[in-house]
Unconditional design. Structure first.
Length: 174
């Protein structure tokens, strides 16, 4: 559901504005996996804490780009991306997740900024997939300049459709 607007809602949330973003370390992986496992989005895709841990460990071993946001000594979000993960040319944001208790306070934006900075240094496009039913995330991406450029039915899971979102600074051959 859409986050309610207004100052009263903001003060109710735990304050994580002092978060820091840094490269993921192996000891961060269980906390990242726990964030995924607790999110209904990935439960719908059948992702468990164990499978999430394996997924992130694999990404870490492959030297994919992984960053965490930390606040008050805890991991409150993370992002996983590849500089050439889309069509072997372009940046691909594979996954972003912020702990439910830390949302709406700029953590997701800070993680996206780190990913986009690195990706745009190496090419003019960023792609990502978002589920058709995940309207809050679609809005989050749209606000950050992403636009839907296609749809892929039955890709991650049968019966579910992924939207391809792109943020661009231009074509590959300018
Ligand atoms: C999508 C997601 C990563 C966004 O993370 P987030 O930390 O909530 O994002 P931000 O706080 O930076 O921005 C969210 C909104 O809060 C607002 N916001 C930013 N700072 C704020 C603050 N200090 N107080 C209140 N609101 C604030 C932003 O304006 C933004 O609004 P918008 O989406 O309408 O643009 C997070 O909601 C999430 O993990 N969702 C579940 C998993 C998911 O859907 N992942 C994407 C899969 S494709």
């Amino acid at each position: 559901m859409r986050r309610a607007q207004g100052p009263s809602r903001r003060v109710e949330r735990p304050r994580v504005r002092e978060h820091q973003v840094r490269i993921l370390r192996p000891q961060d992986i269980p906390a990242c996996a726990a964030i995924i496992a607790s999110e209904s989005l990935w439960q719908r895709y059948g992702t468990s804490g164990r499978s999430a841990r394996e997924l992130i460990r694999g990404a870490f071993r492959r030297h994919d780009c992984l960053y965490v946001a930390r606040a008050n000594g805890q991991v409150v979000g993370f992002i996983w991306f590849l500089l050439r993960g889309a069509f072997a040319h372009s940046g691909y944001i594979r996954l972003i997740a912020v702990a439910a208790s830390a949302r709406g306070q700029g953590v997701g934006t800070a993680l996206m900024e780190v990913a986009e900075k690195r990706i745009f240094q190496s090419g003019p496009n960023v792609f990502l997939l978002v589920s058709t039913f995940n309207r809050p995330a679609q809005q989050f991406y749209r606000r950050r300049g992403y636009r839907p450029v296609g749809r892929v039915p039955d890709y991650v899971a049968s019966g579910l459709t992924e939207l391809i979102y792109r943020k661009t600074e231009g074509s590959l051959r300018r």
